[in-house]
Design a protein around this ligand. Structure first.
Ligand code: PMP
Length: 389
């Protein structure tokens, strides 16, 4: 989720010459560098070697409607969903994309009626993922148009509703808010994994989007996948990717296959200490615990509360521990993003998510040192800082 509400800098976790008090902490992007530590500990287990002559052709499997999908990657996607139990893969087409970002665009293209006089409306309940409006409208397409908050959508006719569950930015589990027959639902399940939220049952929707970015932390691989029930819709998505990039990097798909293979192998083995989901679950649990304690101490902020749910994968109850903290600044703070920036913490304002400036989204997927420094700094902010600001 790269966007531009603040200056573009990934240097915040480099050793600081000015000391920790001066260091700017950038938690604007959802860059999942938290996972580096896990993969470092895996050593060479997930290493692949690609000889110069390999994966040269544009094509992967011409018998598949998604002809650029590597069969081994498809196999590993099905296997992982089976193990985790978070999505039904039977009777579905798999479409691979350059991140789920490309798949989102492919979905819009595939669902928009080609001969309509008006662009189809695209909506999502606020607060919604800040990239949806930006991506939907960037080319001012005649096929589709962003219409904002689904909760206030009143227009007649067909529309596309994006359901992000758990939601970016606030982490709540969601269902569609509009239940009209002319609506088409797209489920963005980027965070429906057991380190973030209890897996209640295998998701079984028409169109579901996933990404390795938030599953294993490999955002730089730029690989996502869609599970699509309707074959014609899948074919139109494939057509879009054909026009947009003539397929998806095979090197990345091969690497993604290996990564998912290792994740699944380690889930199936009894050695719990090598499970990616256990690792990430415990990191997230600790971060949320520390963050909630810091917020309590300061008295200036509040966080969403989640009720426990049963997770079929972990076999126990727990509360959601989202990838982002959706922080609300209480009075007398007015603009939460600018207040935190004054304290050298870079976040993304609620205004990019269709709500007010009293909210910010803060990534909790950064490296340990950055997150700990952030939580520490947050707990030291006092009411005096508000008046200085
Ligand atoms: N959907 C949601 C809800 C996200 O948060 C993100 C990443 N920030 C994406 C999609 C895009 O992921 P990718 O890296 O696969 O393009």
């Amino acid at each position: 989720s790269v966007s531009s509400s603040t200056s573009y800098s990934f240097s915040s976790s480099a050793p600081s010459v000015d000391g920790d008090d001066e260091r700017v902490i950038n938690l604007d992007h959802g860059d999942p560098t938290m996972y580096e530590r896990f993969w470092q500990e895996m050593g060479d287990e997930a290493t692949i070697i690609i000889p110069g002559w390999q994966s040269m052709s544009y094509f992967s499997d011409i018998t598949n409607p998604c002809w650029f999908l590597e069969p081994e990657f498809a196999k590993q996607i099905v296997r992982l969903h089976k193990i985790v139990g978070n999505a039904v893969t039977e009777n579905r087409q798999i479409v691979v994309g350059t991140g789920s970002t490309q798949l989102f665009q492919a979905v819009l293209y595939a669902l928009a009626p080609q001969d309509a006089e008006q662009p189809i409306s695209v909506v999502s309940a606020a607060p919604f993922y800040s990239s949806y409006p930006a991506i939907t409208d960037c080319l001012k397409s005649g096929l589709y148009r962003w219409e904002g908050d689904a909760t206030h959508f009143r227009k007649e006719g067909p529309y596309i509703e994006l359901v992000t569950s758990p939601n970016n930015p606030d982490g709540f589990v969601r269902r569609s808010v509009l239940n009209r027959t002319e609506g088409i639902l797209v489920h963005d399940l980027a965070y429906y994994w057991p380190q973030y939220t209890p897996i209640s049952s295998p998701a079984d929707h028409e169109i579901m989007l996933f990404t390795v970015s938030k599953t294993t932390g490999h955002a730089g691989m730029r690989i996502g996948w869609a599970l699509v029930k309707n074959k014609e819709v899948a074919k139109r998505m494939v057509k879009y990717i054909e026009l947009n990039s003539i397929g998806v990097s095979k090197d990345s798909q091969l690497r993604a296959s290996k990564i998912l293979d290792v994740v699944s192998d380690n889930c199936e083995s009894s050695a719990n200490n090598k499970s990616l989901f256990e690792f990430a679950y415990h990191v997230m649990a600790e971060r949320w615990q520390l963050l909630r304690a810091a917020v309590k101490v300061s008295g200036l902020f509040s966080l969403p509360e989640f009720s426990p749910g049963f997770c079929s994968f972990r076999g126990r109850f727990f509360e959601s521990q989202p990838a982002f903290a959706w922080l609300k600044c209480e009075e007398p703070i007015e603009d939460c993003e600018s207040f935190l920036r004054f304290n050298k913490i870079l976040t993304r304002s609620g205004k990019y998510f269709g709500v007010g400036v009293q909210y910010v989204r803060i990534s909790l997927l950064d490296r340990d040192d950055n997150i700990l420094l952030f939580i520490n700094r947050l707990s030291n902010i006092t009411i005096d800082d508000v008046y200085q600001h």
